[in-house]
Design a protein around this ligand. Structure first.
Ligand SMILES: Cc1cc2nc3c(=O)[nH]c(=O)nc-3n(C[C@H](O)[C@H](O)[C@H](O)COP(=O)(O)OP(=O)(O)OC[C@H]3O[C@@H](n4cnc5c(N)ncnc54)[C@H](O)[C@@H]3O)c2cc1C
Length: 457
Protein backbone atom coordinates (compact mmCIF):
# COMPACT_ATOMS: atom_id res chain seq x y z
CA UNK A 1 0.00 0.00 0.00
CA UNK A 2 1.43 3.39 -0.91
CA UNK A 3 2.12 5.45 2.20
CA UNK A 4 4.15 8.45 3.29
CA UNK A 5 5.75 9.32 6.58
CA UNK A 6 3.57 12.41 7.15
CA UNK A 7 0.36 10.47 7.59
CA UNK A 8 -1.38 10.12 10.94
CA UNK A 9 -3.29 7.01 9.84
CA UNK A 10 -1.88 3.97 8.09
CA UNK A 11 -2.85 3.53 4.43
CA UNK A 12 -5.18 0.62 5.07
CA UNK A 13 -7.44 0.26 8.07
CA UNK A 14 -9.44 -2.91 7.82
CA UNK A 15 -12.30 -3.09 10.27
CA UNK A 16 -15.61 -4.89 10.16
CA UNK A 17 -18.55 -2.64 9.45
CA UNK A 18 -20.42 -3.79 12.57
CA UNK A 19 -17.68 -2.17 14.69
CA UNK A 20 -18.11 1.12 12.82
CA UNK A 21 -21.88 0.91 13.27
CA UNK A 22 -21.46 0.32 17.01
CA UNK A 23 -19.07 3.31 17.32
CA UNK A 24 -21.60 5.49 15.49
CA UNK A 25 -24.40 4.28 17.74
CA UNK A 26 -22.29 4.91 20.88
CA UNK A 27 -21.77 8.47 19.67
CA UNK A 28 -25.48 8.90 18.92
CA UNK A 29 -26.36 7.69 22.43
CA UNK A 30 -24.04 10.28 23.89
CA UNK A 31 -26.25 13.00 22.34
CA UNK A 32 -29.88 12.20 23.31
CA UNK A 33 -30.54 15.95 23.23
CA UNK A 34 -29.91 15.91 19.47
CA UNK A 35 -30.77 12.43 18.24
CA UNK A 36 -33.45 9.87 19.04
CA UNK A 37 -33.15 6.32 17.69
CA UNK A 38 -36.44 4.52 17.05
CA UNK A 39 -35.67 0.83 16.71
CA UNK A 40 -37.95 -1.60 14.91
CA UNK A 41 -39.50 1.23 12.99
CA UNK A 42 -39.95 0.76 9.27
CA UNK A 43 -40.69 3.50 6.77
CA UNK A 44 -43.57 2.26 4.62
CA UNK A 45 -44.73 5.42 2.88
CA UNK A 46 -43.21 8.75 1.83
CA UNK A 47 -45.13 11.79 0.63
CA UNK A 48 -43.54 15.15 0.13
CA UNK A 49 -44.61 18.71 -0.45
CA UNK A 50 -42.50 21.82 -0.94
CA UNK A 51 -42.52 22.47 2.81
CA UNK A 52 -42.33 19.06 4.49
CA UNK A 53 -42.16 15.29 4.17
CA UNK A 54 -44.76 12.91 5.56
CA UNK A 55 -43.64 9.42 6.57
CA UNK A 56 -45.76 6.33 7.13
CA UNK A 57 -44.09 4.26 9.87
CA UNK A 58 -44.73 0.71 10.93
CA UNK A 59 -43.70 -0.73 14.31
CA UNK A 60 -44.61 -3.92 16.23
CA UNK A 61 -46.74 -1.72 18.53
CA UNK A 62 -48.69 -0.18 15.67
CA UNK A 63 -48.38 2.18 12.74
CA UNK A 64 -48.20 5.96 12.81
CA UNK A 65 -47.25 8.91 10.65
CA UNK A 66 -44.63 11.57 11.20
CA UNK A 67 -44.03 14.89 9.49
CA UNK A 68 -40.53 16.25 9.08
CA UNK A 69 -39.00 19.39 7.58
CA UNK A 70 -36.16 17.43 5.98
CA UNK A 71 -35.61 13.74 5.29
CA UNK A 72 -32.16 12.25 4.74
CA UNK A 73 -32.76 8.94 3.03
CA UNK A 74 -29.95 6.56 3.94
CA UNK A 75 -32.00 3.40 3.77
CA UNK A 76 -29.46 1.44 1.74
CA UNK A 77 -29.25 -0.12 -1.71
CA UNK A 78 -32.90 -1.17 -1.81
CA UNK A 79 -34.09 2.25 -0.62
CA UNK A 80 -37.85 2.45 -0.16
CA UNK A 81 -37.64 6.24 -0.21
CA UNK A 82 -35.96 6.13 -3.62
CA UNK A 83 -38.69 3.85 -4.88
CA UNK A 84 -41.47 5.97 -3.35
CA UNK A 85 -40.12 9.02 -5.19
CA UNK A 86 -40.00 7.03 -8.44
CA UNK A 87 -36.24 7.49 -8.80
CA UNK A 88 -33.87 5.04 -10.43
CA UNK A 89 -30.17 4.36 -10.04
CA UNK A 90 -28.35 4.53 -13.38
CA UNK A 91 -25.13 2.94 -14.55
CA UNK A 92 -23.77 -0.57 -15.04
CA UNK A 93 -24.04 -3.92 -13.31
CA UNK A 94 -21.34 -6.54 -13.81
CA UNK A 95 -21.76 -10.22 -14.60
CA UNK A 96 -18.93 -11.56 -12.38
CA UNK A 97 -20.16 -13.13 -9.12
CA UNK A 98 -18.04 -13.54 -6.02
CA UNK A 99 -18.50 -15.79 -3.03
CA UNK A 100 -17.46 -13.95 0.13
CA UNK A 101 -16.44 -16.08 3.07
CA UNK A 102 -15.28 -14.78 6.44
CA UNK A 103 -13.37 -17.43 8.35
CA UNK A 104 -11.82 -17.56 11.78
CA UNK A 105 -8.22 -18.68 11.49
CA UNK A 106 -5.21 -18.42 13.78
CA UNK A 107 -2.45 -17.36 11.44
CA UNK A 108 0.81 -15.46 11.57
CA UNK A 109 0.48 -14.23 7.99
CA UNK A 110 1.22 -10.49 7.80
CA UNK A 111 -1.62 -7.97 7.68
CA UNK A 112 -1.96 -7.30 3.99
CA UNK A 113 -4.34 -7.79 1.12
CA UNK A 114 -3.38 -10.55 -1.29
CA UNK A 115 -4.81 -11.43 -4.68
CA UNK A 116 -4.28 -14.59 -6.72
CA UNK A 117 -5.10 -14.66 -10.40
CA UNK A 118 -5.89 -18.00 -12.01
CA UNK A 119 -4.56 -19.94 -8.98
CA UNK A 120 -4.43 -23.78 -8.99
CA UNK A 121 -7.07 -23.81 -6.21
CA UNK A 122 -9.55 -21.82 -8.35
CA UNK A 123 -8.48 -22.10 -12.00
CA UNK A 124 -9.58 -19.35 -14.37
CA UNK A 125 -10.73 -16.91 -11.68
CA UNK A 126 -9.32 -14.79 -8.89
CA UNK A 127 -9.14 -14.98 -5.10
CA UNK A 128 -8.68 -12.18 -2.60
CA UNK A 129 -7.71 -12.62 1.02
CA UNK A 130 -7.18 -10.13 3.79
CA UNK A 131 -7.05 -9.95 7.54
CA UNK A 132 -9.71 -8.32 9.68
CA UNK A 133 -9.62 -7.86 13.47
CA UNK A 134 -10.21 -10.80 15.83
CA UNK A 135 -8.45 -13.45 13.67
CA UNK A 136 -11.10 -13.11 10.98
CA UNK A 137 -9.97 -13.45 7.38
CA UNK A 138 -12.04 -12.46 4.41
CA UNK A 139 -11.73 -14.66 1.34
CA UNK A 140 -13.49 -13.62 -1.88
CA UNK A 141 -13.41 -15.92 -4.87
CA UNK A 142 -14.93 -15.52 -8.26
CA UNK A 143 -17.44 -18.04 -9.54
CA UNK A 144 -17.13 -19.45 -13.01
CA UNK A 145 -19.84 -18.38 -15.47
CA UNK A 146 -21.67 -21.73 -15.47
CA UNK A 147 -21.82 -22.15 -11.67
CA UNK A 148 -25.16 -22.02 -9.87
CA UNK A 149 -25.18 -19.26 -7.23
CA UNK A 150 -27.48 -21.03 -4.73
CA UNK A 151 -25.37 -24.18 -4.87
CA UNK A 152 -22.13 -22.22 -4.68
CA UNK A 153 -22.86 -20.75 -1.24
CA UNK A 154 -23.82 -24.02 0.40
CA UNK A 155 -21.23 -24.81 3.11
CA UNK A 156 -20.52 -28.23 1.56
CA UNK A 157 -19.35 -26.43 -1.60
CA UNK A 158 -17.61 -23.51 0.06
CA UNK A 159 -15.58 -25.44 2.65
CA UNK A 160 -13.56 -27.63 0.19
CA UNK A 161 -12.76 -24.58 -1.95
CA UNK A 162 -11.49 -22.57 1.01
CA UNK A 163 -9.56 -25.59 2.25
CA UNK A 164 -7.90 -26.00 -1.11
CA UNK A 165 -6.91 -22.33 -1.08
CA UNK A 166 -5.51 -22.58 2.47
CA UNK A 167 -3.59 -25.72 1.46
CA UNK A 168 -2.19 -23.89 -1.54
CA UNK A 169 -0.79 -21.08 0.64
CA UNK A 170 0.45 -23.49 3.34
CA UNK A 171 -2.02 -22.52 6.10
CA UNK A 172 -2.45 -25.56 8.31
CA UNK A 173 -4.28 -23.99 11.30
CA UNK A 174 -7.84 -24.89 12.32
CA UNK A 175 -10.49 -22.68 10.77
CA UNK A 176 -14.24 -22.29 10.67
CA UNK A 177 -16.58 -20.27 8.45
CA UNK A 178 -18.31 -17.31 10.11
CA UNK A 179 -20.27 -15.80 7.23
CA UNK A 180 -20.94 -16.78 3.62
CA UNK A 181 -22.59 -14.62 0.98
CA UNK A 182 -22.53 -13.89 -2.72
CA UNK A 183 -21.77 -10.58 -4.36
CA UNK A 184 -22.19 -8.95 -7.78
CA UNK A 185 -20.62 -5.57 -8.59
CA UNK A 186 -22.87 -2.61 -9.42
CA UNK A 187 -21.71 0.81 -10.52
CA UNK A 188 -24.87 2.88 -10.15
CA UNK A 189 -25.93 6.33 -8.96
CA UNK A 190 -28.88 8.70 -8.92
CA UNK A 191 -28.47 11.78 -11.12
CA UNK A 192 -29.18 14.03 -8.12
CA UNK A 193 -29.19 13.49 -4.36
CA UNK A 194 -31.30 16.54 -3.56
CA UNK A 195 -35.01 16.20 -4.28
CA UNK A 196 -36.61 19.14 -2.55
CA UNK A 197 -36.80 18.24 1.12
CA UNK A 198 -35.51 14.71 0.60
CA UNK A 199 -31.76 14.18 0.43
CA UNK A 200 -30.14 10.87 -0.45
CA UNK A 201 -26.93 9.60 1.16
CA UNK A 202 -24.93 6.36 1.08
CA UNK A 203 -26.08 3.28 -0.81
CA UNK A 204 -29.59 4.75 -1.20
CA UNK A 205 -27.99 7.22 -3.64
CA UNK A 206 -25.17 5.18 -5.15
CA UNK A 207 -23.83 1.64 -5.33
CA UNK A 208 -20.12 1.30 -6.01
CA UNK A 209 -18.29 -2.01 -6.60
CA UNK A 210 -16.70 -3.34 -3.39
CA UNK A 211 -13.38 -3.79 -5.15
CA UNK A 212 -12.76 -0.07 -4.85
CA UNK A 213 -13.48 -0.21 -1.06
CA UNK A 214 -15.48 3.00 -1.42
CA UNK A 215 -19.04 2.00 -0.50
CA UNK A 216 -19.26 2.75 3.21
CA UNK A 217 -16.36 5.17 2.91
CA UNK A 218 -18.20 7.32 0.41
CA UNK A 219 -21.41 7.13 2.47
CA UNK A 220 -19.47 8.63 5.37
CA UNK A 221 -18.15 11.33 3.04
CA UNK A 222 -21.75 12.07 2.00
CA UNK A 223 -22.71 12.53 5.65
CA UNK A 224 -19.66 14.73 6.23
CA UNK A 225 -20.62 16.91 3.29
CA UNK A 226 -24.31 17.10 4.11
CA UNK A 227 -24.39 17.48 7.91
CA UNK A 228 -22.97 20.99 8.17
CA UNK A 229 -24.91 22.26 5.17
CA UNK A 230 -28.20 20.94 6.52
CA UNK A 231 -27.43 22.28 10.02
CA UNK A 232 -26.70 25.76 8.65
CA UNK A 233 -29.88 25.62 6.54
CA UNK A 234 -32.07 24.49 9.45
CA UNK A 235 -30.64 27.25 11.67
CA UNK A 236 -31.34 29.78 8.93
CA UNK A 237 -27.65 30.76 8.74
CA UNK A 238 -27.21 29.55 5.14
CA UNK A 239 -29.46 29.65 2.09
CA UNK A 240 -31.13 26.28 1.43
CA UNK A 241 -29.51 26.49 -2.02
CA UNK A 242 -26.39 25.19 -0.31
CA UNK A 243 -28.05 21.75 -0.38
CA UNK A 244 -27.80 21.73 -4.15
CA UNK A 245 -24.03 21.94 -3.74
CA UNK A 246 -24.28 18.77 -1.59
CA UNK A 247 -25.86 16.99 -4.52
CA UNK A 248 -23.48 18.43 -7.14
CA UNK A 249 -20.34 17.69 -5.13
CA UNK A 250 -21.35 14.21 -4.05
CA UNK A 251 -22.69 13.10 -7.44
CA UNK A 252 -19.34 14.24 -8.86
CA UNK A 253 -17.60 12.22 -6.10
CA UNK A 254 -19.77 9.19 -6.85
CA UNK A 255 -18.77 9.35 -10.52
CA UNK A 256 -15.09 9.46 -9.51
CA UNK A 257 -15.60 6.58 -7.06
CA UNK A 258 -17.41 4.60 -9.74
CA UNK A 259 -14.49 5.14 -12.11
CA UNK A 260 -12.04 3.79 -9.53
CA UNK A 261 -14.34 0.94 -8.49
CA UNK A 262 -14.93 0.01 -12.11
CA UNK A 263 -11.20 0.01 -12.81
CA UNK A 264 -10.62 -2.37 -9.89
CA UNK A 265 -13.53 -4.57 -10.95
CA UNK A 266 -12.24 -4.80 -14.50
CA UNK A 267 -8.84 -5.79 -13.15
CA UNK A 268 -10.29 -8.44 -10.83
CA UNK A 269 -12.74 -9.87 -13.36
CA UNK A 270 -11.76 -8.78 -16.90
CA UNK A 271 -15.00 -8.31 -18.87
CA UNK A 272 -13.39 -9.03 -22.28
CA UNK A 273 -10.31 -10.48 -23.93
CA UNK A 274 -8.66 -7.05 -24.20
CA UNK A 275 -8.97 -6.43 -20.44
CA UNK A 276 -7.64 -9.91 -19.76
CA UNK A 277 -4.64 -9.33 -22.01
CA UNK A 278 -3.94 -6.02 -20.29
CA UNK A 279 -4.06 -7.69 -16.89
CA UNK A 280 -1.73 -10.48 -18.01
CA UNK A 281 0.70 -7.93 -19.37
CA UNK A 282 0.62 -5.78 -16.24
CA UNK A 283 1.01 -8.70 -13.85
CA UNK A 284 3.88 -10.30 -15.73
CA UNK A 285 5.74 -7.05 -16.43
CA UNK A 286 5.28 -5.76 -12.87
CA UNK A 287 7.61 -8.46 -11.52
CA UNK A 288 10.62 -6.79 -13.11
CA UNK A 289 9.41 -3.30 -14.04
CA UNK A 290 8.36 -1.11 -11.08
CA UNK A 291 6.96 1.55 -13.44
CA UNK A 292 4.14 -0.80 -14.42
CA UNK A 293 3.08 -1.56 -10.82
CA UNK A 294 0.89 1.49 -10.46
CA UNK A 295 -1.44 -0.08 -13.06
CA UNK A 296 -2.27 -2.73 -10.48
CA UNK A 297 -5.02 -0.89 -8.72
CA UNK A 298 -4.11 -0.70 -5.01
CA UNK A 299 -7.79 -0.83 -3.99
CA UNK A 300 -7.56 2.13 -1.73
CA UNK A 301 -10.05 4.83 -1.00
CA UNK A 302 -9.02 8.47 -1.35
CA UNK A 303 -10.66 11.80 -0.80
CA UNK A 304 -12.20 13.50 -3.82
CA UNK A 305 -11.27 17.04 -4.87
CA UNK A 306 -14.41 19.06 -5.64
CA UNK A 307 -12.81 20.80 -8.60
CA UNK A 308 -16.07 22.11 -10.04
CA UNK A 309 -17.98 23.08 -6.90
CA UNK A 310 -20.01 26.27 -7.02
CA UNK A 311 -18.82 26.92 -3.46
CA UNK A 312 -15.14 27.12 -4.41
CA UNK A 313 -13.74 30.60 -4.07
CA UNK A 314 -10.68 31.53 -6.03
CA UNK A 315 -8.63 33.35 -3.36
CA UNK A 316 -5.38 34.67 -4.81
CA UNK A 317 -5.06 33.06 -8.15
CA UNK A 318 -4.54 29.52 -6.92
CA UNK A 319 -2.14 28.81 -9.77
CA UNK A 320 0.44 31.01 -8.04
CA UNK A 321 0.87 28.30 -5.39
CA UNK A 322 3.49 25.73 -6.31
CA UNK A 323 2.25 23.21 -3.74
CA UNK A 324 -0.40 22.63 -1.09
CA UNK A 325 -3.96 21.38 -1.35
CA UNK A 326 -5.78 23.00 -4.23
CA UNK A 327 -9.22 24.61 -3.87
CA UNK A 328 -11.82 21.86 -3.43
CA UNK A 329 -9.19 19.40 -2.11
CA UNK A 330 -8.59 18.30 1.48
CA UNK A 331 -5.77 19.34 3.79
CA UNK A 332 -2.51 17.53 3.16
CA UNK A 333 -1.51 15.82 6.40
CA UNK A 334 1.64 16.88 8.22
CA UNK A 335 3.07 16.34 11.73
CA UNK A 336 3.13 19.54 13.81
CA UNK A 337 3.49 20.55 17.44
CA UNK A 338 0.24 21.65 19.09
CA UNK A 339 0.94 24.60 21.39
CA UNK A 340 -1.44 25.25 24.22
CA UNK A 341 -0.19 27.93 26.63
CA UNK A 342 3.26 26.74 27.67
CA UNK A 343 2.35 23.10 26.92
CA UNK A 344 3.55 21.58 23.63
CA UNK A 345 2.36 18.24 22.31
CA UNK A 346 3.10 16.28 19.14
CA UNK A 347 0.15 16.16 16.75
CA UNK A 348 -1.01 16.43 13.16
CA UNK A 349 -2.45 19.28 11.18
CA UNK A 350 -5.89 17.67 10.87
CA UNK A 351 -6.10 17.41 14.69
CA UNK A 352 -6.75 21.15 14.57
CA UNK A 353 -9.86 20.83 12.40
CA UNK A 354 -13.18 21.17 14.16
CA UNK A 355 -16.69 21.07 12.67
CA UNK A 356 -16.49 24.72 11.67
CA UNK A 357 -15.08 27.01 8.98
CA UNK A 358 -11.40 27.37 9.83
CA UNK A 359 -8.79 29.81 8.58
CA UNK A 360 -5.28 28.40 8.89
CA UNK A 361 -2.97 31.43 9.09
CA UNK A 362 0.72 30.91 8.45
CA UNK A 363 2.61 33.30 10.72
CA UNK A 364 6.13 34.04 11.96
CA UNK A 365 5.49 33.59 15.69
CA UNK A 366 1.85 32.47 16.05
CA UNK A 367 0.31 35.94 16.10
CA UNK A 368 -3.15 36.12 14.47
CA UNK A 369 -4.14 39.13 12.36
CA UNK A 370 -6.33 41.38 14.58
CA UNK A 371 -9.00 41.75 11.86
CA UNK A 372 -9.52 38.00 11.78
CA UNK A 373 -9.88 37.96 15.55
CA UNK A 374 -12.71 40.49 15.28
CA UNK A 375 -14.36 38.38 12.57
CA UNK A 376 -14.19 35.49 15.02
CA UNK A 377 -16.21 37.45 17.62
CA UNK A 378 -18.72 38.55 14.99
CA UNK A 379 -19.26 34.96 13.83
CA UNK A 380 -19.80 33.83 17.42
CA UNK A 381 -22.52 36.45 17.77
CA UNK A 382 -24.19 35.30 14.52
CA UNK A 383 -23.86 31.60 15.47
CA UNK A 384 -21.67 30.91 12.44
CA UNK A 385 -19.25 28.10 13.32
CA UNK A 386 -15.90 29.71 12.60
CA UNK A 387 -12.38 29.29 14.01
CA UNK A 388 -8.80 30.39 13.51
CA UNK A 389 -5.57 28.40 13.69
CA UNK A 390 -2.18 30.08 13.69
CA UNK A 391 0.75 28.12 12.28
CA UNK A 392 3.98 29.44 13.70
CA UNK A 393 7.21 29.22 11.70
CA UNK A 394 9.41 29.54 14.79
CA UNK A 395 8.86 28.05 18.23
CA UNK A 396 6.24 30.23 19.94
CA UNK A 397 7.03 31.08 23.57
CA UNK A 398 3.45 30.73 24.77
CA UNK A 399 0.21 30.78 22.88
CA UNK A 400 -3.40 31.59 23.37
CA UNK A 401 -6.01 29.88 21.20
CA UNK A 402 -5.22 27.38 18.50
CA UNK A 403 -1.54 27.53 17.65
CA UNK A 404 0.58 24.94 15.89
CA UNK A 405 4.34 25.09 15.50
CA UNK A 406 5.78 23.83 12.23
CA UNK A 407 8.74 22.31 14.11
CA UNK A 408 10.11 20.48 11.06
CA UNK A 409 9.59 23.30 8.54
CA UNK A 410 7.77 20.77 6.37
CA UNK A 411 4.34 22.37 6.61
CA UNK A 412 5.37 25.78 5.26
CA UNK A 413 7.08 24.02 2.35
CA UNK A 414 4.18 21.62 1.69
CA UNK A 415 1.69 24.50 1.59
CA UNK A 416 4.03 26.87 -0.32
CA UNK A 417 3.38 29.26 2.57
CA UNK A 418 5.09 32.33 3.97
CA UNK A 419 3.98 34.50 6.89
CA UNK A 420 0.64 35.99 5.74
CA UNK A 421 -0.52 32.97 3.70
CA UNK A 422 -3.96 31.69 4.70
CA UNK A 423 -5.98 28.60 3.82
CA UNK A 424 -9.73 28.79 4.37
CA UNK A 425 -11.23 25.36 5.08
CA UNK A 426 -14.89 24.22 5.22
CA UNK A 427 -16.28 22.20 8.14
CA UNK A 428 -15.82 18.98 6.13
CA UNK A 429 -12.11 19.67 5.67
CA UNK A 430 -12.20 20.78 2.01
CA UNK A 431 -10.21 23.87 1.11
CA UNK A 432 -12.48 26.73 0.18
CA UNK A 433 -9.90 29.36 -0.70
CA UNK A 434 -6.23 30.28 -0.20
CA UNK A 435 -4.41 33.56 -0.25
CA UNK A 436 -0.87 34.84 -0.12
CA UNK A 437 -2.17 37.75 1.97
CA UNK A 438 -5.69 38.29 3.21
CA UNK A 439 -7.82 40.54 5.36
CA UNK A 440 -10.91 40.22 7.55
CA UNK A 441 -12.96 41.84 4.77
CA UNK A 442 -11.91 39.24 2.22
CA UNK A 443 -12.55 36.30 4.56
CA UNK A 444 -15.95 37.72 5.53
CA UNK A 445 -16.86 38.10 1.83
CA UNK A 446 -15.94 34.48 1.15
CA UNK A 447 -17.89 33.32 4.18
CA UNK A 448 -20.93 35.22 2.93
CA UNK A 449 -20.39 33.74 -0.53
CA UNK A 450 -20.53 30.19 0.80
CA UNK A 451 -23.49 30.85 3.12
CA UNK A 452 -25.36 32.22 0.11
CA UNK A 453 -24.41 28.94 -1.62
CA UNK A 454 -22.15 30.51 -4.21
CA UNK A 455 -24.83 32.87 -5.46
CA UNK A 456 -25.00 36.63 -5.31
CA UNK A 457 -28.04 36.84 -2.96
C1 LIG B 1 -19.43 -7.98 0.88
C2 LIG B 1 -19.32 -6.49 0.99
C3 LIG B 1 -18.08 -5.93 1.27
C4 LIG B 1 -17.95 -4.54 1.38
N1 LIG B 1 -16.72 -3.99 1.64
C5 LIG B 1 -16.60 -2.66 1.76
C6 LIG B 1 -15.32 -2.06 2.05
O1 LIG B 1 -14.31 -2.75 2.19
N2 LIG B 1 -15.25 -0.70 2.18
C7 LIG B 1 -16.36 0.07 2.04
O2 LIG B 1 -16.23 1.30 2.19
N3 LIG B 1 -17.57 -0.46 1.74
C8 LIG B 1 -17.72 -1.79 1.60
N4 LIG B 1 -18.95 -2.34 1.29
C9 LIG B 1 -20.10 -1.45 1.05
C10 LIG B 1 -20.80 -1.03 2.33
O3 LIG B 1 -21.19 -2.16 3.09
C11 LIG B 1 -22.03 -0.18 1.99
O4 LIG B 1 -21.65 0.83 1.10
C12 LIG B 1 -22.61 0.44 3.25
O5 LIG B 1 -23.15 -0.53 4.11
C13 LIG B 1 -23.74 1.43 2.90
O6 LIG B 1 -24.17 2.03 4.08
P1 LIG B 1 -25.60 2.70 4.15
O7 LIG B 1 -25.73 3.18 5.56
O8 LIG B 1 -25.76 3.66 3.04
O9 LIG B 1 -26.64 1.53 3.87
P2 LIG B 1 -26.89 0.19 4.70
O10 LIG B 1 -25.66 -0.26 5.39
O11 LIG B 1 -27.55 -0.76 3.74
O12 LIG B 1 -27.93 0.63 5.82
C14 LIG B 1 -29.27 0.94 5.49
C15 LIG B 1 -30.09 0.90 6.76
O13 LIG B 1 -31.41 1.33 6.48
C16 LIG B 1 -32.34 0.44 7.06
N5 LIG B 1 -33.56 0.44 6.25
C17 LIG B 1 -33.73 0.02 4.98
N6 LIG B 1 -35.00 0.21 4.58
C18 LIG B 1 -35.66 0.77 5.62
C19 LIG B 1 -37.00 1.21 5.82
N7 LIG B 1 -37.93 1.10 4.86
N8 LIG B 1 -37.33 1.73 7.03
C20 LIG B 1 -36.41 1.85 8.00
N9 LIG B 1 -35.13 1.47 7.87
C21 LIG B 1 -34.75 0.94 6.70
C22 LIG B 1 -31.63 -0.91 7.04
O14 LIG B 1 -32.18 -1.74 8.03
C23 LIG B 1 -30.19 -0.50 7.37
O15 LIG B 1 -29.99 -0.41 8.75
C24 LIG B 1 -19.09 -3.73 1.18
C25 LIG B 1 -20.35 -4.30 0.89
C26 LIG B 1 -20.46 -5.68 0.80
C27 LIG B 1 -21.80 -6.29 0.48
Amino acid sequence: MPNDENQKLSPMLNIEQFYIEQYLLDEVERRPDLIEVRWDCKVTKVERSTKEVLLGLSTPKGDYTAVTDWLVACDGGRSLVREALGLELKGASYEGRYVIVDIELESDLPTERLAWFDPPSNPGSSILMHRQPDNIWRIDYQLNKDEDADEAIKPENVIPRVQSHLDMIGQKGKWSPIWITIYKAHALTLDRYEHGRVLFAGDAGHLVPIFGVRGANSGIDDADNLAWKLALTVKGVASDKILKSYSDERVFAAQENLNYGTKSTEFMAPPSFAFELMREAVLSLAVKHPAVRSLINPRQTASITYTRSALNCQGDNSASFRSGPSIGGVLTECPITVVNGSCQLPGYLTDLMKPQFTVFCFTEKGELPRELNSLLSECRRLEIPFGLVAISRVKPLAAEGNVAWDHSGKLFAMYDARPGTCYFVRPDGHVQSRWRETSGVVVRRELEFILAAGTAD
